[in-house]
Design a protein around this ligand. Structure first.
Ligand SMILES: [Zn+2]
Length: 340
């Protein structure tokens, strides 16, 4: 009963906000900069194979989200939007669209949608993984978890590997959260062991782009930003380690594409007191976080807020994409909004 009531209550609440004009995108002030976050873009049948479906939208969902928001905004890449935003005097609020992690599906499934709508976007690359066969650690963990969960005994298997109860959690999300608490070396050691035991086979679409593919994005007018080298959690590194991640990834992108990147994205949204200054010192102009919100003029350029687009939160209780749900999410008026 409670399970049915919650979506209904959310629908009524979101429609009320929308009809009263409290969440309408047209009410977003002209000095605002909204940055959307996407990760994977997968057709429905591929998303069904992906163990982290909340990180993937379908091409149709991407089209609907952008087409719904675009009339209310001026659309630019992140770096152009930040430059324009700082000068002020815009007639319309600004919208920047960003994709984290450099996944191959971005080129295959997102760019046709972006181009149909005339949207230039920003793609953040973890440079050590571009052109390689390795997946990012959260995907390696999630695919292994999915494989182990087929038999329903993943918890027993993980505990059998000597992984304590807190990490051998009952959900893939809990497993990832527990892994984040480990040091990069501990995490890698454990993941290697788990993947060997799970004998994980990865679907061919799960890979990241190579540099030729990245350069196709560049040639089509999109922005290439840095997401660090190894997608590690920067606060776990000392100052030299953080400098190396930010500086080396900048240099690699400059070498392989034709421009030095000016936009940075903190992996997992994690940064500490030192990171924004390091980002500025090594040559970036801006950095985005995973903190939720719409940027106003006073936002620090190395701590930009974003709005993560999880299609599961944009549908009403009947499973239909809902304008009032999208408006509620973008306006930040969504109850229980996960900020991470
Ligand atoms: Zn990422």
């Amino acid at each position: 009963m409670l399970k049915r009531f919650k979506p209904l209550a959310r629908d009524i609440y979101s429609q009320l906000l929308y009809r009263l004009g409290l969440s309408s995108p047209s009410r977003i002030p002209s000095d605002a900069l909204l940055i959307l976050t996407f990760h994977r873009v997968l057709p429905l049948e591929l998303r069904a194979e992906y163990p982290l479906p909340g990180l993937a939208v379908t091409p149709e969902e991407l089209h609907w989200i952008l087409a719904t928001l675009l009339p209310h905004f001026e659309n630019l890449t992140v770096s152009e939007a930040v430059r324009r935003h700082r000068h002020g005097g815009n007639a319309k609020a600004q919208l920047a669209v960003s994709f984290d992690d450099g996944q191959w599906d971005n080129l295959e499934y997102a760019t046709p949608v972006l181009e149909a709508l005339g949207v230039p976007a920003t793609f953040y690359l973890p440079t050590d993984f571009i052109g390689g066969s390795q997946l990012l650690w959260h995907d390696r963990a999630a695919f292994a978890w999915q494989r182990l969960a087929v038999g329903g005994d993943h918890r027993r298997v993980l505990e059998g590997l000597g992984i304590h109860r807190g990490i051998a959690s009952t959900s893939v999300g809990g497993f990832l959260e527990a892994l984040k608490q480990l040091s990069p070396t501990q995490r890698e050691t454990l993941l290697k062991k788990v993947n060997e035991t799970a004998e994980t086979t990865l679907p061919p679409w799960a890979r990241l782009m190579d540099w030729a593919e990245v350069n196709q994005l560049d040639a089509r007018g999109h922005e290439i930003g840095s997401h660090g080298c190894t997608h590690t959690l920067l606060p776990q590194l000392d100052r030299e380690g953080q400098v190396a991640e930010l500086e080396h990834s900048l240099q690699v992108i400059e070498r392989f594409s034709r421009h030095a990147p000016v936009s940075f994205c903190y992996p997992n949204g994690s940064f500490d007191d030192r990171t924004p200054q390091i980002a500025e010192e090594v040559g970036y102009e801006n950095a985005v976080t995973t903190r939720w919100g719409i940027n106003r003029r006073d936002v620090p350029p190395f701590q930009l807020l974003r709005c993560d687009m999880d299609a599961g939160r944009l549908v009403d209780r009947n499973g239909t994409l809902s304008r009032s749900r999208l408006a509620m999410r973008v306006s930040g008026r969504q109850p229980g909004l996960a900020v991470h």
